[in-house]
Design a protein around this ligand. Structure first.
Ligand SMILES: Cc1cc2nc3c(=O)[nH]c(=O)nc-3n(C[C@H](O)[C@H](O)[C@H](O)COP(=O)(O)O)c2cc1C
Length: 182
């Protein structure tokens, strides 16, 4: 992957289309869709240091080939560092990992201070012990998604744990609650 591919053609909605949607309402409405919480990590090629961020947009895209996707805000400072090696790692966070979520979702260079992690099998990027699942991927495409970039990755390695997932719903972190048996 070349450094220039992080800036796909800018999405340019008309002023009319932009004003038609109330952004706060859009955020509120979409907040009713519960999502998982995934830590995206990588090793920055230049410095050899770990970089990471939290996404609620991680999901599977294709079975054959095995592809996954997530969206990155164009203002992210972590993704340009994660993407330098052309590979990234995912830890699907467990219910008890709100501390990892908080550490990786704040801005700054010291996100990994005091956070326990182990190197992933495929790219040595941080995996978090006790997560619900782990994947290592190579970045195959970055597509235009308005003010976000849609990242597509090919799965190189995957493993599932046995912990319950962390869930993000209506602006709050919580756990998954199984429906009561009928
Ligand atoms: C539950 C949750 C879900 C998030 N989902 C996304 C996401 O899908 N895409 C994104 O770019 N940022 C998302 N963020 C924000 C980033 O994790 C983080 O705040 C940002 O990357 C930090 O800035 P940096 O990239 O400059 O380090 C999410 C944050 C939280 C807490």
């Amino acid at each position: 992957m070349s450094a220039t591919t992080f800036a796909p053609t800018a999405f340019a909605p008309t002023a009319e289309a932009e004003s038609a949607v109330d952004q706060r309402l859009f955020r509120d409405v979409m907040g009713h869709l519960p999502t998982g919480v995934a830590a995206v990590t990588g090793i920055e090629t230049e410095t050899g240091k770990p970089a990471g961020m939290i996404v609620g947009t991680f999901q599977s895209l294709s079975l054959a080939p095995a592809l996954v996707t997530f969206s990155v805000d164009r203002s992210s400072t972590s993704w340009p560092r994660i993407r330098t090696s052309g590979r990234f790692s995912i830890s699907v966070l467990a219910e008890h990992q709100t501390d990892v979520c908080r550490a990786l979702s704040r801005k700054g260079d010291d996100k990994f201070a005091g956070v326990d992690w182990v190197p992933s099998p495929e790219n040595a990027a941080p995996h978090f012990r006790g997560a619900a699942a782990w994947l290592d991927c190579e970045t195959v495409q970055e597509l235009d998604g308005g003010d976000h970039v849609i990242v597509v990755g090919r799965v190189l390695y995957m493993e599932a744990g046995s912990t319950e997932p962390l869930v993000f719903h209506r602006g709050r972190l919580g756990g998954y609650r199984a429906p009561a048996a009928a």
